[in-house]
Design a protein around this ligand. Structure first.
Ligand SMILES: [Zn+2]
Length: 281
């Protein structure tokens, strides 16, 4: 049974006065329909285009968003509705979603949806929560926000080398924009200053080594690299590769994530050979 759910509604075009049918999504399951998650992130969800004249109409429709991997359930209420209507629709959509989930997977977070109003707030909730999803990057981000001086920022970067990846920088810059959009200009400026203070000129040697691995043409070339530079193959290399794979997965870049995990396994193999094995007594 499909978890995501759409309905067809009739829209009267305000520009050309003609009627047309639009498909509106009322339940979006992130794992099932990544392209709809992208629509939420790109602010094109619940935007109906008139087939006669091309005018885009934002539709005031509720949406229940479910992301099982982050245990996230968000109900986006309509802009023009009463709290009673919201409650009723949220309950109805929640029951429909739960009915589509196998019993064994029905965790307690499904009983209380985090409520926001409108698609803009849903976009912020989805992006913000995904960023805060307990990974290495968000630990780095928290430490970064607490760093009071440029020197402290550099020390945070040494402790959290994942902050210096391009992927992380893209996330941090997205986050600056989210903070601006959410009317937190002070926080946005504070984060921007810290991003500026990150030591970009000299990336962490571990990250430089990972970049060299990612740039290698073939598994053979990577094997040669791993064999030639044993001192660069530190235990944090596979951890960072895993974090990068996780980030790629969240962005639905499955092929990139798979490559990262293949390289991680190669590195683990190489570490295994170099770690002296002590027989257990
Ligand atoms: Zn029209």
């Amino acid at each position: 049974m499909s978890r995501s759910f759409a309905q067809t509604v009739e829209v009267a075009c305000g520009s050309c006065k003609q009627q047309f049918n639009a498909e509106v999504w009322l339940i979006v399951d992130a794992a099932e329909r990544p392209e709809l998650v992208a629509q939420i992130q790109e602010s094109t969800m619940h935007l109906a285009h008139c087939p006669h004249c091309g005018t885009a109409h934002p539709l005031d429709v509720p949406l229940l968003f479910h992301d099982q991997s982050n245990q996230l359930l968000v109900f986006a209420a309509q802009e023009q509705s009463t709290p009673q209507q919201d409650q009723q629709i949220a309950r109805q959509l929640g029951q429909q979603l739960i009915a589509s989930i196998p019993l064994a997977e029905r965790a307690t977070y499904l009983t209380t949806a985090h409520t926001v109003v409108g698609m803009d707030d849903l976009r912020r909730a989805v992006m913000g929560e995904m960023l805060a999803a307990g990974d290495e990057l968000s630990a780095g981000l928290r430490a970064l926000m607490e760093a009071p001086t440029p020197g402290a920022v550099r020390r945070v970067a040494e402790a959290h080398p994942v902050l210096l990846t391009q992927e992380a920088l893209n996330h941090l810059r997205d986050y600056v924009q989210q903070l601006q959009a959410a009317e937190h200009p002070d926080l946005a400026v504070a984060l921007e200053q810290r991003i500026e203070a990150l030591p970009l000129v000299q990336p962490h040697p571990t990250l430089q080594f990972i970049q060299t691995l990612l740039d290698a043409e073939s598994p053979e070339a990577r094997r040669a690299l791993l064999a030639a530079r044993p001192h660069d193959v530190t235990p944090e290399v596979p951890t960072i590769l895993e974090a990068l794979a996780d980030q790629a997965q969240r962005r639905h870049l499955e092929a990139v994530a798979r490559d990262m995990l293949v390289i991680r396994d190669e590195v683990l193999g190489s570490l295994g050979r170099d770690i002296p094995v002590t027989p257990s007594a």
